[in-house]
Design a protein around this ligand. Sequence first.
Ligand code: EPU
Length: 437
Amino acid sequence: MFQYMITGGNPLVGEVVVGGAKNAALGIIAAAIMTDDVVYIDNIPDVRDINVMLEAIQEIGVTVERVDRHAVRIDASTIHSVVVDDEFIKKIRASYYLVGALLGKYKHAQVALPGGCAIGSRPIDQHLKGFRMLGAKVDVNSDRIITQAIDLIGEHIYLDVVSVGATINIMMAATLAEGKTIIENVAKEPHIVDVANFLNSMGAEIKGAGTDVIRINGKTKLHGTEYSIIPDQIEAGTFMCAAAISRGDITVTNIIPKHMEATTAKLLEMGCEVIEFDDAIRVVGTLRQRATPVKTLPYPGFPTDLQPQITTALALAEGTSVITENIFENRFRYVYELVKMGADIDVMGNKAIVVGVQGLKAAELSAPDLRAGAALVLAALSAEGLSYVKDIEYIQRGYENFEDKLQLLGGNIKIVAVEDIGSTTIGDSIRPIKIYK
Ligand code: EPU
């Protein structure tokens, strides 16, 4: 068991290089098994969820060659099973992409029900609706999604909710369906566009990714490709927020600034200086930033995956901010931890009312999920004194070398074994948090 030991209080300053987008890579690795030719993928982040996905496809016979830390060669001509059910795949969300990929290619898939961060009920009804409309029979038992079709036939599908996962999954299956598929009310996140571009580079015919309507002309076969994954918008946004939280000066490089517009807008409203370059953004925090409202929305709205990070920044801003979480109903669990540090935040249904305080106090913290974990690390780096963040395996699901990147920015953070801590009493709870339903 390991945890972060953090001595906070100094501004984070310097340059940080962002890696490939985890959530694009998860879809792209699944899509790579839809051809029997060799696929080369570059700019893959070396994070836990990706490694679980790569291991899962190996379990069903796919040959995965690690070319280097961030590149793989995938050969799915050796697949011997459409049943993906190993003990690790159950823990990640993106296991569901193997349903779309295998159903498209083999018209049959049996995949463990998805896990992922506990940030809400996270139904998959829209994925299943899409597969059914394409002509598949879908059964869900206590631990597996089982789907089979004689043929998949293109359809006109309207998604009742805007879903990243359902959009990518249905798009994959429809790529190898017969005829035309139109999917309406789709998600528009940059990783949707990246997965569509990847599939197109394999010979798929997908138009409209990045808009509300995706049109697909089904193909009988896909071919091999070489592809480089886009930069991770959420990792970039996390470091942009880090500049605000630590009142530092961080240049985030290897990014697509257009993808960061919602984050840039909020940091500007808070009074940060934000300077855009071709493939970088510099964020300069001020001694006291200003409150601002934030509402999470599907792209191009403010991403739910940056909600804990911006809330942490607003916990230190002048004035009262209202944060509205519109995507996942259980994404404020980390607020308990911030309150332990002296933040003044109350949660009322899907809103957090944040009254900014001057500073946070060191504390013993626990990461409740991936993004909240990252936010708590940044909170600890801003707080004078010694903090610990445990359950860091959540953070390692989606951030590569998080501690190394923060150290390069001047953060005093290291990984220690839990038993190395000794008996220290850190921080205390200043008041209980009020939860209104
Ligand atoms: N939803 C449904 N039915 C469905 C699918 C989704 O009601 O069939 C609802 C969800 O409950 C949620 C909303 O629609 O309220 C949006 O969910 P979406 O399907 O877009 O999320 P997801 O595919 O489960 C992906 C990312 C998440 C990210 C969300 C939103 C992956 C592997 N996960 O999840 O990433 O928060 O999109 O952008 O791509 C993370 O990286 O930390 C993370 C949680």
